[in-house]
Structure formats: C-alpha cells, structure tokens
Design a protein around this ligand. Structure first.
Ligand code: ZN
Ligand code: FE
Ligand code: FE
Ligand code: FE
Length: 169
C-alpha cells in the first residue's frame, strides 16, 4: 500500500478497493470449493454464495461508479492468504466427511473477514454522508452474516457429526 491516506474519504476508498479485490478473488476460488464439497447442503450453500458473491462484486462496482472511484488497484493479501489456506485444506489427505468440516472452517474465516470489512465500510459511508452507499453495503453485510449463519447450521446440523464418524469407517 503506497497511496496517501490523508482523510477518512481516502481510507474509505482504500477499504472499498480492498474488498473489491477480496470479492474478485473469491469468485475465482469458490467454484473449486463447490466442486470438492461432498455434503449436498454444503455444496448448495457454497453454490448459492458464489452467486451472491458475484452480485456483491457488481454492487461494489456500482458503488465505485457512484463515488467515481476506480475499484481496481488493490490486492487484498488477507483474502489471498485465506484462499491459500482453503486450497491447502482441499488438497490435504482427508476423508470426504472431514474435508467438508474443514471447508466450512475455511469458509467461515472468509465470511468473518468480509463481515469485519463491510462493517467498517458501512460505518465510514454513514460518517461521510453516503447514505445510499451505506444501505448497499449494509445489504452485503447482511448477506455475509447470513452465509456465516448458514455454514454454522450445516456444520452443527450434519457435517461435524459425519466427520466425527468418518474415522471409524
Ligand atoms: Zn492501499
Ligand atoms: Fe462477499
Ligand atoms: Fe484486505
Ligand atoms: Fe461472503
């Protein structure tokens, strides 16, 4: 990061670009997770969230257009790392059931990172008087929280139990 951050507006724009990079990286990485998921509910949840993520990326493009900001130019290194860990998990020598539980662990780290990022962006947007933008970001924030809750439900509802039993097979 070499750009000058001299105002909350600068920081807001920087964070917008960071999340744009994060969502862009995710749209590229999620299809592999969908493919590798074994549990049908998990597969469906990841597939749904891939579609939601594509929309979130477009929403950020819309926001950047409204604010006359170029969405490109940042690389979110945290998302890069989270995706790298998720891919390491996918290539590990795990039973399908344990892999599902591990994928949820990876995916929830991603959702929590996004929740933190969008939470900050909503607060900044309100502070800066961008009410419509704040509403749009709030919508994404809600989607990320919903995705996180859904993953918890799938983990606690079936996947963790199947992972626990898979070693005795
Ligand atoms: Zn930067
Ligand atoms: Fe997202
Ligand atoms: Fe980041
Ligand atoms: Fe997400």
């Amino acid at each position: 990061m070499s750009e000058k951050l001299k105002s909350l507006k600068d920081l807001f724009e920087h964070e917008l670009k960071d999340l744009y990079s994060a969502e862009t990286q995710l749209t590229a990485a999620l299809p592999l997770m969908v493919e590798k998921a074994n549990d049908s509910k998990l597969k469906k949840a990841l597939e749904d969230h891939l579609r939601v993520t594509e929309k979130q990326k477009e929403r950020l493009e819309e926001i950047c257009e409204m604010l006359e900001v170029d969405p490109k130019g940042e690389k979110c290194k945290a998302m890069e790392g989270l995706i790298k860990e998720a891919k390491d998990m996918l290539s590990s020598d795990a039973t399908p059931e344990v892999l599902d539980a591990g994928m949820i662990a990876s995916a929830q780290r991603v959702e929590h990172y996004e929740i933190a990022g969008y939470g900050t962006l909503v607060t900044f947007a309100k502070r800066l008087g961008h009410d419509e933008v704040a509403d749009m970001l709030e919508e994404t924030l809600k989607e990320e929280k919903d995705a996180d809750a859904k993953l918890t439900k799938i983990a606690e509802g079936s996947v963790n139990k199947k992972a626990e039993k898979s070693s005795s097979k």
